[in-house]
Design a protein around this ligand. Structure first.
Ligand code: OOB
Length: 542
């Protein structure tokens, strides 16, 4: 089934699109052509390094040729423009090869995280009517081929499973490449490039439709802000499929600039520090808990980290005290980033003073990022006061993919995205994140929709009701706590049994509640609804 822009993926009204083109934000480029141009300009420069288990490199010329051959192979297997392909790969070179091959034929990667399991993958595959699913053989001790076999039963549209490594009953990715056969039905710059996942506040993740034009703008503008150029050597420490390490400025930004992206198999100092030394890494991006660990480890590190010039920290609130420690210990610049897969990204700037860098989450990329900070009734708050952040702009979506009902609430009538974040604005235009209005848990940058976990726990026969809330945590920022009311007369349950029940449903491990507590009743609001605010205050006592 083809994708109809505007219906499946609400798009920018023509007057806005015209304005963004006239301002030079949307340059009429596509990812496929971008890589081709870089490969023509500097074929022998190294684009990509996959250091483990043995070091592999791809020059721009090699990556381009490889993307062409894979694209031809995918096309020969019937994958066509507009088709969705769920890609669930860890930080390996094949991830980059596969997505550029898909970009080239206009098929849309759907970026799953390595942690996702049957529930999430089954949903992505069936909801998007994906025709193919790309997996590693075994990653972090988990056999993705067996997951793929089960998912095939859930999603009848799925024709192919391609495996990086030992294929089992599926198709090895190494069998796919063909000699390029003629030009492909290439996508246009205004068309969709991929579907990114939302952190979500509802039962299932919403899909975020990003176009070549809008995403490429966020890349080159991020490059200018972060000082990314052909000499940049960027360490992809976080999962490559997440929007932050992909585009802020991330591996895609680095490839745009002609630099080198190095894929870390894991983000811990024991893995990352030797890589920084060996690969002369100049830049990386971390979530706050990792930044804490790196800062502590750097104080007694034996490795030479002197090549590191800039560390970006974002994805969740970075405490001011922790932010203050980063520059002196890692001996590089800090940049805070407050972004969202839906679009808007804020950075502190290289010429901001230290106080601004440690105490704010940055200001928007674009002069045309419109920011409104409003109260509960939708009215703008006085300057400097906290309120809910709404935004609209040249790289912020106008609606989720195939979600018209949800879009009615998630966006205002005039197209502003309701971020659900509570912020205040400083006189310099920087935003400070002060809290959250949306029902979401931010577990060290990994987003959990309480409703999704509640729905799973509710399916337990002994459970009468459940409410999942955040508990403050010194390391992760937040952890999850499930308050459970048991059915009358039900056998008493242990917390561990509730956790096991969630895990066995086949969801990403980070969604399994960290804590489970049994209660007799929930506090109620005036209108008789469960008061999550009160539950959260109780949870803060933990
Ligand atoms: C990034 O993207 P998502 O889509 O996983 O999560 C977005 C949400 C924001 O709405 C906000 O609630 C939270 O994550 N967030 C932050 C933050 N950065 C993101 N909250 C406080 N302080 C920060 N610095 O997380 C993302 C996307 C692109 C770049 C960076 C992060």
């Amino acid at each position: 089934m083809t994708v109809t822009p505007g219906v499946d993926a609400p798009t920018w009204p023509e007057e806005f699109a015209a304005r963004y083109r006239a301002a030079g934000y949307w340059r009429g480029e596509t990812f496929g052509r971008m890589l081709r141009e870089r490969a023509t300009a500097h074929p022998d420069r190294v684009a990509l390094v996959d250091p483990a288990p043995e070091r592999r490199t791809w020059t721009y010329g090699e990556l381009d040729a490889r993307a062409d051959r894979l694209a031809a192979g995918f096309a020969a297997r019937g994958i066509a423009k507009g088709d969705r392909v769920v890609v669930q790969l860890p930080n390996v070179g094949e991830f980059v090869e596969v997505v550029f091959a898909l970009f080239r034929i206009g098929a849309l990667p759907v970026y799953a995280l390595p942690a996702h399991r049957e529930t999430e993958i089954g949903h992505f595959c069936s909801f998007t009517e994906a025709v193919a699913y790309v997996v590693p053989d075994v990653h972090a001790g988990f056999d993705h081929r067996r997951l793929a076999t089960r998912v095939k039963e859930l999603a009848p549209s799925l024709r192919d499973v391609f495996v990086v490594g030992e294929p089992g009953e599926h198709t090895p990715l190494s069998d796919v490449p063909c000699d390029p056969a003629g030009p492909f039905d290439e996508p246009e710059p205004h068309e969709l490039a991929f579907l990114q996942l939302s952190g979500g506040t509802t039962g299932v993740s919403k899909l975020i439709p990003r176009t070549h034009d809008d995403y490429l703008y966020s890349l080159w503008a991020s490059n200018e802000i972060c000082g990314v150029d052909a000499d940049t050597r960027f360490l992809v420490a976080l999962p490559a499929a997440h929007n932050f390490p992909m585009s802020s400025p991330g591996w895609l930004g680095v490839l745009y600039a002609g630099g080198t992206a190095v894929l870390a198999p894991k983000p811990d100092p024991a893995t990352a520090f030797p890589l920084i030394e060996r690969e002369r890494i100049t830049m990386t991006g971390l979530v706050p808990p990792l930044a804490l660990v790196w800062t502590e480890a750097a104080a007694r590190a034996k490795h030479d980290l002197s090549s590191l010039e800039l560390t970006l920290v974002g994805g969740a609130k970075y405490s001011e005290a922790a932010a203050r420690r980063l520059e002196p210990t890692l001996r590089c610049r800090l940049m805070q980033v407050f972004g969202m897969a839906e679009g808007l990204v804020n950075y502190t700037r290289l010429d901001d003073d230290v106080e601004t860098v440690v105490s704010t989450q940055g200001r928007p990329i674009s002069p045309d990022d419109e920011i409104r900070i409003v109260d509960d009734t939708g009215h703008e708050v006085p300057d400097g006061a906290p309120g809910q952040l709404l935004t609209r702009g040249p790289y912020t979506i106008r609606g989720y993919w195939r979600a018209p009902e949800h879009n009615r609430n998630a966006f205002t009538e005039d197209g502003f995205y309701r971020t659900g974040d509570l912020v205040r604005r400083t006189p310099s235009g920087h935003l400070v994140v002060v809290g959250r209005a949306k029902d979401q848990i931010n577990r060290g940058g990994e987003k959990i929709a309480p409703e999704e976990v509640e729905n799973i726990i509710l399916a337990h026969p002994a459970v009468h009701d459940v409410s999942v809330v955040a508990v403050p945590d010194a390391y992760l920022g937040e952890r999850s706590l499930a308050y459970v009311i048991l059915r009358e007369g039900a056998e008493p349950l242990k917390p561990v049994a509730v956790k096991r029940f969630v895990r066995e449903r086949g969801v990403a491990a980070y969604k399994v509640p960290d804590l489970v507590e049994f209660v007799a009743a929930f506090p109620q609001t005036g209108v008789g609804k469960v008061s999550k605010n009160q539950l959260r205050s109780t949870a803060e006592q933990h």
